[in-house]
Design a protein around this ligand. Structure first.
Ligand SMILES: [Ca+2]
Ligand SMILES: [Ca+2]
Length: 226
């Protein structure tokens, strides 16, 4: 009898438990885990890891995970919600290397005086652009394509246009120009496209074998002694 009351009383006061550990996120297989008991870790995707707790805890009170970098400052990781049924907590490792936005130039070999032209990007083509369309019109035409959310366009039809891709970011297909409809007086114009700055994808920080993710979870267990 006394034992049952004891258990009931303790059941009302959740026990706080700290779980900590670290793992190396490098490679593509299961991460190398260490310094921890009561959990295991698996890779879900690039930069996405799932810690499974051996015991079933009631709530995740707080959690902290830090990416400890071999050659830069530590970065805080994002932590997903606690899935109590599956005893899992997701950790998202930040990607610290920046994207480089691609820049492409469009130039005409002579200044157009009449006609219309179009720009195609990755299978889509803009509406017809006047021979003397300004940068804002070219930018709006590109952004009306379903595969371009945000570019910035500078320059003009006389000196050429510069397109900087923001979204999509990183490496993108080079645009093509249909120049058959524009003329300088009655002479054909040749448009050229030059990728002046190649886009670069952010690298996966988990590629570095010396990086580690350190985490600490505070969980409660509401049924002490049962
Ligand atoms: Ca824009
Ligand atoms: Ca390109």
């Amino acid at each position: 009898m006394a034992n049952r009351i004891f258990k009931k009383l303790f059941g009302l006061v959740p026990e706080m438990i700290s779980l900590s550990g670290s793992f190396a996120p490098a490679g593509t297989g299961a991460p190398t885990a260490s310094k921890g008991k009561g959990w295991s870790v698996a890779r879900v995707g690039v930069g996405h890891f799932r810690v499974t707790l051996e015991r079933k805890y009631t709530t995740l009170v707080s959690a902290l995970a830090t990416l400890q970098l071999a050659s830069a400052d530590d970065k805080e990781c994002l932590i997903g919600p606690y899935d109590a049924d599956n005893r899992t907590i997701d950790i998202f490792v930040p990607d610290i290397s920046a994207f480089v936005n691609e820049i492409q130039d469009i130039d005409f070999n002579s200044v157009p005086t009449t006609g219309v032209w179009t720009i195609s990007f990755d299978g889509e083509t803009t509406e017809e652009l006047a021979y003397n369309a300004n940068a804002a019109v070219v930018e709006a035409a590109l952004e009306s394509l379903s595969n371009i959310a945000d570019v910035s366009v500078t320059g003009d039809y006389a000196s050429g246009f510069t397109i900087t891709f923001a979204d999509p970011a990183g490496p993108v297909a080079d645009v093509t120009v249909d120049d058959t409809g524009i003329l300088t007086n009655s002479t054909a114009i040749e448009a050229s496209v030059v990728e002046t700055t190649p886009g670069v994808s952010g690298a996966d920080v988990s590629a570095n074998a010396n990086n580690r993710v350190n985490f600490r979870f505070f969980v409660t267990h509401g049924k002490v002694g049962l």
